[in-house]
Write a protein that binds this ligand. Structure first.
Ligand code: GLU
Length: 330
């Protein structure tokens, strides 16, 4: 029933009848929080919008004609996105699976700020946590970061949060560094290549253009993160897994395999967003998954069965469940 009334509204909009303004509740314009413009989240958000618009009312003689309009601006990243969804400023966002877990459980950075209405929609690509050091830094292990200039990331980004978790687990704080900078993901590679910082951290899908610029463009290298500290993190937390970025595969100048731990990129929303809207977004993505997968090489291995389970710790949104059940996936 609800779905039908939703379409009615949408078709009024499509015809441009006088009801146009009043029938467009704010929620019919959806905003998706992403990350820095050089990251993969930005591509996720804009690819979702592209699929949604493909099915929108205009220009379609037949088939789906919903009234959703979508925007996916660049943002500060995972925790920023979750916070803005909680405030009702964003309807969807991309977020690391560790921060999805902590937000819905009120743990770690989200202690005292639990967001119980956070909803999982689907997961996307794996994101290894990548520590990269410049060629002149002399950094070959985590311990070598002591006394160096390290970019810990902008507040709100997923990598900033995960870097803080790792620092704590390693018994280190920013005072162990010569300087801790807070550059965004799109600023940090330039700073690394210009010698302004010695190391950067980035939780991002593989391959990523900015990482390529660091490894292939200015001779930077991955620092392995596979000591007992990371093993303990992976063993104790369901949202972490070890990841391997094989040498010379995604980045020509990468000499050795990189071993590190990582998370999943996930697509999240709020229980406050209607089931009809979430259903349409999910439907647009899965009905067009082959097209979606072509929009970034990090999406190549996306598989619906895994996308509806992997890395999801918040309850699935009702609108997503409706679609997954309809498909016989649940
Ligand atoms: N994982 C990063 C974050 O949570 C963003 C990565 C990206 O933009 O692709 O902030």
């Amino acid at each position: 029933m609800l779905i039908i009334s939703f379409f009615k509204k949408a078709s009024v909009v499509a015809l441009g009848l006088p009801l146009l303004c009043s029938s467009l509740s704010a929620a019919e314009f959806i905003s998706i929080g992403t990350g820095g413009p050089t990251g993969v989240y930005f591509v996720v958000g804009n690819s979702v919008c592209r699929m949604v618009h493909k099915e929108a009312a205009e220009g379609r003689k037949s088939g789906r004609k919903h009234g959703l309009r979508c925007a996916a601006p660049s943002t500060g990243g995972s925790n920023y996105n979750i916070g803005q969804i909680k405030e009702g400023e964003l309807q969807f966002g991309v977020a690391q699976s560790d921060w999805q877990y902590h937000a819905v459980n009120g743990s770690s950075k989200w202690e005292g700020k639990k967001f119980g209405d956070l909803r999982a929609v689907f997961s996307v690509h794996p994101e290894p946590f990548q520590l990269i050091a410049s060629s002149s830094s002399g950094i070959n292990s985590w311990e070598d970061l002591k006394g160096k200039v390290v970019n810990i990331g902008n507040p709100g980004s997923g990598q900033r949060g995960t870097m803080e978790v790792l620092m704590k687990a390693k018994g280190m704080s920013v005072s162990d560094f010569k300087q801790a900078t807070e550059l965004t993901s799109s600023e940090q590679v330039g700073a690394l290549c210009d010698g302004k910082v010695d190391a950067i951290a980035y939780t991002v899908g593989v391959p990523n253009g900015a990482i390529g610029q660091a490894i292939d463009g200015c001779g930077a290298h991955f620092v392995n993160l596979n000591s007992n500290v990371e093993k303990k993190l992976v063993n104790e937390n369901p949202f972490y897994a070890f990841a391997n970025i094989p040498a010379g595969t995604f980045y020509k100048e990468q000499k050795n395999d990189a071993v590190t731990f990582g998370v999943m990129a996930t697509f999240v929303s709020s229980a406050d967003v209607s089931a009809e809207i979430v259903y349409e977004v999910v439907r647009a993505v899965f009905e067009n998954l082959d097209d979606f997968k072509k929009l970034h090489p990090a999406f190549t291995n996306l598989d619906p069965k895994q996308m509806i389970t992997n890395g999801l710790s918040a309850p699935l949104h009702e609108g997503a469940i409706n679609y997954y059940k309809e498909q016989g996936w649940m």
